[in-house]
Design a protein around this ligand. Structure first.
Ligand code: HSE
Length: 341
């Protein structure tokens, strides 16, 4: 595990709580052989104790462990030198250079390790190249937690609608902006007041411009378009407009028409866009507060909308666990096929 913040710690908590069931229901009993945080690494090829990892993190860094700690050891050294099947990459997002996560992911691929990431940066900037590199190295790249948090938006379209053709995707994909617009529309607070309370509640990114200027939504649009519609997009292909110019007056006028304004990311036709859009209050996509929602339009099944919480440590960790189970399933099938050849 690279990065041991809210998502990483959420994953160890879920693994502890669900250990018996994941073994019984999925035959899945993972060993965490290394964890890296800002202070260094903890490494044990026989598996680190989950309980101990949680306790160490509360103290500061996992590298403080007397027996297995490696203060200052770098993530790249760990990925290179530790034997593992999968790297869970949960470091913070950088949409300018995608680093350091991009180097972690490519190092993992080159050393034959599958990757589960919750990091939007590398995917938004280099998803076509990364999927190619994963294929070339015969490893899997999974990223359910990057869109919709724990809500399985990517899987819904990819697996539940398998066989159909997804024609368009429209979604509220950012909880912070949805919270701000809801507060403005319902409580008549200003943009700045609503943003301050979103920050206080911990919804916003460290740099809230990621949220309010539509960049976070655009990253998610890129990931969805590539994964679900087989496009080869990066962030620069998206037309982006955030919510800074949405006024209380515009929200009031929309309300008189039975509508409201939401930040909608959409892929409909060739040009993906992110922009404030007036939608009917009775549109299933029109969810309030920090909720996310996405509507898939497919050729035969029609329109379906999936709604859920789009962020949060435990929610995103639950997506990581789903990805780990998916990789395990794929590896089991690979083995089965090679035995029957
Ligand atoms: N800041 C993001 C949001 C977090 O508000 O949705 C999840 O990507």
């Amino acid at each position: 595990m690279i990065g041991y913040g809210v998502v990483g710690q959420g994953l160890t908590s879920i693994l502890m709580r669900r250990r018996a069931e994941t073994v019984k229901d999925y035959g899945f009993n993972p060993k965490i052989v290394a964890v890296v945080d800002k202070g260094g690494a903890a490494i044990n090829s026989r598996g680190l104790s989950l309980e101990k990892l949680e306790a160490l993190k509360k103290k500061g860094s996992v590298a403080e462990d007397a027996a297995f700690g490696h203060p200052k050891m770098s993530a790249l050294d760990v990925i290179e030198s530790v034997e593992a099947e999968v790297v869970v990459e949960a470091t913070s997002t950088n949409v300018k250079s995608a680093e350091p996560a991009l180097s972690y992911i490519t190092k993992a691929f080159k050393t034959g390790k599958h990757v589960v990431t919750t990091n939007k940066g590398p995917l938004a900037l280099a998803m076509p190249a990364l999927t190619e590199l994963a294929d070339y190295n015969h490893v899997y790249l999974r990223f359910s937690g990057t869109v919709g948090g724990g809500t399985p938006m990517l899987e819904f379209a990819k697996k539940c609608l398998a066989g159909d053709k997804i024609l368009a995707i429209r979604g509220i994909l950012n909880g912070t902006t949805n919270y701000i617009l809801t507060e403005m529309a319902e409580k008549h607070v200003t943009f700045q007041q609503a943003l301050a309370s979103a920050q206080k509640l911990g919804y916003a990114e460290t740099d809230p411009s990621m949220d309010v200027d539509g960049i976070d939504t655009a990253c998610k649009v890129v990931i969805m378009a590539n994964w679900i519609m087989n496009k080869k997009l990066t962030l620069k292909n998206v037309d982006i407009k955030g919510i800074r110019d949405v006024s209380l007056q515009a929200l009031d006028e929309a309300a008189k028409r039975g509508n409201t304004i939401k930040l909608i990311g959409s892929i409909d036709g060739d040009k993906p866009t992110v922009k404030p859009t007036e939608i009917a209050k009775n549109n299933p996509l029109c969810v309030s507060g920090v909720l996310n929602a996405v509507t898939f339009v497919s050729e035969f099944a029609g329109e379906e909308t999936i709604v859920g919480r789009g962020a949060g440590g435990m929610e995103t960790a639950s997506a990581v666990l789903r990805d780990l189970l998916d990789i395990r399933h794929k590896l089991a099938n690979r083995l089965l096929n090679s035995n029957s050849e």
